[in-house]
Design a protein. Structure first.
Length: 253
């Protein structure tokens, strides 16, 4: 699956402040938290946890985190706060009732690919290998000169696994993931359930993987909010993580 080319520009000015009638969907890295050199180098502060609690109350519980991280990783970051989460780009999802939905996947073959990626990491200082379970990610933020080599490795792995898997490009990362599921499909699943159903969806994200979410919420009458520079299909724009937090805080003053 490929993302459609983004629109030329998002709207200028701050997006409408979320209200009690919204369903809020929030990306994590680059949106709520500033990107770090490695995925485990980020930190969730108490002020962010409190802000999310207040936003969840405002929206009657209709707030979910939508991330490329695994659900277990998200829980560890935000503990003791537990929220509805879509993890691994929609491959796994915990709904508002606490039920976890996961796709079946060819575990033995995927473990072989994981060993291949781990060996590549061992040979190349600066490469970070993230094994999320269903998804396998190779980050080259610390070794940008290896971009082409990393992409080729993941492309070959996709070819080995067949049509049920695909390559997902992100900010200085290439990821192997099951096909047919993305952040947009995860958001749509939430919107079919209480307390999200019947509300105006708002999704905030910063990366290419978030374009699926922008397209989904806007198709359903909601708002996409792009964080940072670059073209996007989102209809609104915020400059950075600080601007996101200030905008969200304005909703619960």
């Amino acid at each position: 699956m490929s993302v459609k080319p983004p629109a030329p520009a998002a709207a200028s000015g701050a997006p409408p402040v979320p209200t009690a009638h919204c369903a809020l969907f929030l990306d994590i890295d680059g949106t709520l938290l500033t990107h770090a050199e490695t995925p485990d180098a980020v930190y969730v502060d108490d002020a962010l946890r409190e802000l999310l609690e207040r936003l969840r109350a405002l929206c009657g519980g209709a707030l979910a985190l939508v991330s490329g991280r695994a659900v277990a990783d998200v829980d560890a970051l935000f503990a003791p706060l537990v929220l509805p989460v879509a993890g691994q780009h929609g491959v796994e999802r915990r709904d508002a009732a606490g039920v976890v939905h996961r796709l079946p996947f060819p575990e033995d073959h995927l473990r072989q690919i994981a060993q291949r990626f781990a060996a590549f990491k061992a040979r190349h200082p600066g490469i970070v290998f993230e094994d999320k379970g269903h998804n396998l990610a190779l980050h080259y933020r610390l070794a940008p000169q290896l971009e082409r080599e990393v992409r080729l490795l993941v492309e070959h792995a996709v070819a080995d696994l067949g049509e049920n898997f695909e390559l997902q490009a992100g900010k200085l990362v290439f990821e192997l993931k099951p096909g047919g599921h993305d952040k947009g499909s995860a958001i749509e699943s939430f919107l079919a359930e209480p307390p999200f159903a019947g509300r105006t969806p708002v999704f905030i994200g910063d990366d290419l993987t978030d374009e699926y979410g922008f397209a989904t919420v806007q198709r359903l009458g909601g708002h996409g909010v792009k964080v940072g520079e670059g073209e996007s299909a989102a209809d609104w724009h915020l400059q950075d993580v600080a601007a996101v937090r200030a905008w969200l805080a304005a909703a619960v003053k």
